[in-house]
Design a protein around this ligand. Structure first.
Ligand SMILES: [Cu+2]
Length: 63
């Protein structure tokens, strides 16, 4: 179980990220709470999670 994960988001088509950095708090038991993810425009965003040097990306579309 990773001690900490990080989360970031960007818009691949626009080549920009968020205007603010998200923070992650470890809740214990392998759970984490991310706060401060501010998606400032509609379109396709990619959420990128990192833990122990591994990356997991998840795509979502905001309208
Ligand atoms: Cu954009």
């Amino acid at each position: 179980m990773p001690a900490m994960v990080s989360v970031d988001a960007w818009m691949p088509e626009h080549r920009h990220g968020m205007n603010y950095k998200a923070s992650v708090t470890a809740l214990g038991g392998g759970r984490f709470r991310a706060q401060g993810l501010l998606f400032h425009m509609p379109g396709r965003w990619e959420l990128v999670f990192e833990a122990r040097g591994e990356r997991l990306a998840h795509s979502l579309r905001l309208e």
